[in-house]
Every structure is written in structure tokens, then in C-alpha cells.
Ligand binder design. Structure first.
Ligand SMILES: NC(=O)c1ccc[n+]([C@@H]2O[C@H](COP(=O)([O-])OP(=O)(O)OC[C@H]3O[C@@H](n4cnc5c(N)ncnc54)[C@H](OP(=O)(O)O)[C@@H]3O)[C@@H](O)[C@H]2O)c1
Length: 344
């Protein structure tokens, strides 16, 4: 396969290259694209130093599969250009996810939706949605999911390198004694917050993403979690109540879920069904630090939190850079190869 990574100098692009190597994906050639800011940079791939190309050169011939991780605006412009040259684009941004002609894929959940790829573009879900999908599909197949009440706890790396840098800066250059935070939330000066609306260091911000402009007080991350869950699970009327928060965590998105099903549920049966899958790791108290750097979705705290047996509560955690972005994109590419969907 002749591959390309768009956004190769970013966090997700870097993890994509690493995962292609780890999984021994059949790569004949690979090209790395980024902005003119990255001109002259080299990236190591399997012992070779490969020079980063500027997307503005638009030299997109001969690409079989392009893994995109360069943000929605760039994807909207560049993905059709690559797709029109015959390459299949697997896009990590939100730009195409709700386009009915673009499959939105989690291979363990809805690989069948790859049967038709009319625009040569496939979308990768949002990193928060992704964490919930594998376990939810398993439980939906058992009892038919009707409603999801969810609170996310999202890591700063979900907002790119800039998000990581902001938390790092705040954790390392604050003035004052952080013990004073126990008594006065304003006692420590963490400096300016630019990426996030408030200080992320040792904090919880009940706003991930921006507010959608319809006066609903819903954020873009909450809207994505709602709409993408419906599309991937193929439950168009799934009732979703989402609150997305940003927390003082580098990598690993967590979700607290209370699910309502058509049938009564059983915790032992749920544990049994989830334990049979190599892409799920059961751990009663899963944390971002357990999941960071791992491929599996960590699932725990499975319980009947109320006395309604139609409800089941749980806590799930996944690495937003791996399964939440890069790994899932590579798995989609692997599925395309396995299904002979690539003509080279
Ligand atoms: N972080 C996550 O957990 C996550 C999860 C799912 C999806 N995503 C998606 O992946 C994208 C990248 O995330 P990240 O965490 O890797 O961000 P990042 O570390 O900030 O990297 C952004 C990458 O995109 C490139 N880029 C920026 N603007 C571009 C443009 N106009 N044309 C071409 N390339 C451009 C950058 O190139 P330069 O280095 O030259 O600036 C860099 O390689 C996000 O915008 C989001 O859409 C991220």
C-alpha cells in the first residue's frame, strides 16, 4: 500500500505512524504531509528519515490510503482533493462525520457500513464517542439500547499538542503553594488559559468544545457524542443526555454512563459478554492512567445504580490518541485491505 499521513507532525499523526509499524501494516511507501510551518522537518519511519511535504503543493497522486489528522477545516478542503485522485481518505476530523454519504466507522461495531464508500472518504469518530462504542454495541445486541445518560471526563490531549502544552505549563510554572487551593480556589496563579475556557490544572471544566450556536447551552462535544452514537450504533432515535467536561488529565478520556435498555439487564451477563472480547479490558476501577498507551477500552463499575433493572451503569476509559483516533483509523485501513477495497 502507498500511504500518506496528513497532519503527520501532530500528536495523532505521530501515533498513526507508530501504530502502522507496531501492527506491521503492509506499507510500500509512506508520505508525510503538514503545513508550511513544518517545512524541512524529517520524520523517522522504520529506520528511514522521510521529509514532511507541504499540503499546499497538492501533489496527491498515487496515494492508496490517506490517514487524515489535520483538523476539520483542512480536511474539508484537502480530503476531496486526495479522494478525487483515487485515494481512500480515512478522516479523523468532524468535517464529514454526519455526511450520509460518508461511513462513520468503528470496525468492531459497524464494519458492514464500509460496503459503500461513495465519496472515497471514511470518517473516524470523535475520541469521546469512540470510547463508549465497543462496549455499548455488545450490550445493545443483548438488550436493545434506548437511552444513554453520560458525563465525560476528557483529557487535554484531545485538544492537540496545544492542549497538552497548556496543562504542562500550568502544572510547572504556577506561582503560589498548591496546598492553598484546598482553602481558596484563587490562591494559586496558573497563568493564562488560551486553549481551554478555564484553568485545567487540578480542575474540572464543565465545557468541552464550544457552545453550539442555537441557544441550547449544549457544547459541540456533547452534540458529537449524541449524533455520532446514533449513526454508529444505527439507533436513530437513541435518547442521549450528555455532559462533556475537561479534566486535569494528559491522555485518556473517561465516561460515566447510565444506559436504559428495552429489556431488563443482568450484571453477570454483561460482564460475561464483555469479557469475551480482546478489545475490552474489564477492570473494576479503570482510570486514564490504566488506559493510556493501551489499545483496549477499559470497562468497570458495572452495576445497577437504581432499582430499575432496565438501567445499567458503568465507567469506561480509553486512550483518546490510540483507539480514540490513530488506532481506529489504522484498523479501518486494515479492514479495507482485508475486504479488497483498495485497488493499487
Ligand atoms: N487529539 C485527539 O485526541 C483527537 C482525537 C480524534 C480526532 N482528532 C483530530 O485530529 C486532529 C489533530 O489532532 P492532534 O491532537 O494530532 O493535533 P495537533 O497535535 O495540534 O496536530 C495538528 C496537525 O495538523 C497539521 N495541520 C494543522 N493545520 C493544517 C492545515 N491547514 N493543513 C494541513 N495540516 C494542518 C499540523 O501541522 P503543523 O505541525 O505543520 O502545524 C499538525 O501536523 C484534530 O484537529 C482532530 O480533528 C484528535
Amino acid at each position: 500500500m502507498d500511504l500518506a499521513i496528513f497532519g503527520a507532525t501532530g500528536q495523532v499523526g505521530g501515533v498513526m505512524a507508530q501504530i502502522l509499524t507496531e501492527r506491521n501494516f503492509p506499507v510500500d511507501s509512506i508520505r508525510f504531509f503538514a503545513t508550511s510551518r513544518s517545512k524541512g522537518k524529517y520524520i523517522d519511519f522504520k529506520g528511514q528519515k522521510i521529509q514532511v511535504e507541504d499540503v499546499d503543493n497538492e501533489q496527491f497522486d498515487g496515494i492508496d490510503i490517506a490517514l487524515f489528522s489535520c483538523g476539520a477545516t483542512a480536511s474539508g478542503i484537502l480530503a476531496p482533493k486526495v479522494a478525487n485522485k483515487g485515494g481512500i481518505v480515512i478522516d479523523n476530523s468532524s468535517y464529514f462525520r454526519q455526511n450520509p454519504q460518508v461511513p462513520l466507522i468503528v470496525p468492531e461495531v459497524n464494519a458492514h457500513a464500509l460496503d459503500e464508500i461513495p465519496l472515497n472518504i471514511i470518517a473516524n469518530p470523535n475520541c469521546t464517542t469512540m470510547v463508549a462504542m465497543p462496549p455499548l454495541k455488545i450490550l445493545h445486541d443483548l438488550w436493545t439500547l434506548k437511552k444513554m445518560v453520560v458525563t465525560s471526563f476528557q483529557a487535554v490531549s484531545g485538544s492537540g499538542k496545544a492542549g497538552v502544552d497548556e496543562l504542562y505549563q500550568q502544572l510547572t510554572t504556577y506561582s503560589g503553594n498548591i496546598r492553598d487551593l484546598a482553602f481558596d480556589g484563587k490562591a494559586v496563579d496558573f497563568g493564562a488559559s488560551k486553549v481551554f475556557p478555564k484553568v485545567t490544572a487540578l480542575n474540572v471544566i464543565p465545557q468541552a468544545g464550544s457552545f453550539v450556536e442555537d441557544g441550547s447551552n449544549i457544547t459541540s462535544e456533547e452534540a458529537k457524542l449524541t449524533n455520532e452514537s446514533r449513526k454508529i450504533l444505527e439507533i436513530s432515535n437513541l435518547n442521549v443526555s450528555a455532559t462533556c467536561t475537561r479534566v486535569s488529565v494528559m491522555t485518556g478520556h473517561s465516561l460515566s454512563l447510565t444506559l436504559t435498555f428495552e429489556s431488563e439487564t443482568d450484571t453477570v451477563q454483561a460482564l460475561d459478554a464483555l469479557s469475551n472480547k480482546e478489545y475490552i479490558k474489564l477492570e473494576n476501577v479503570p482510570t486514564p492512567q490504566d488506559a493510556s498507551g493501551k489499545d483496549a477500552t477499559f470497562v468497570g463499575r458495572i452495576r445497577h445504580a437504581s432499582n430499575d433493572k432496565h438501567e445499567l451503569s458503568m465507567f469506561v476509559v480509553g486512550d483518546n490518541l490510540r483507539k480514540g483516533a490513530a488506532l481506529n483509523a489504522v484498523q479501518i485501513a486494515e479492514t479495507l485491505v482485508a475486504r479488497n477495497k483498495i485497488s493499487n
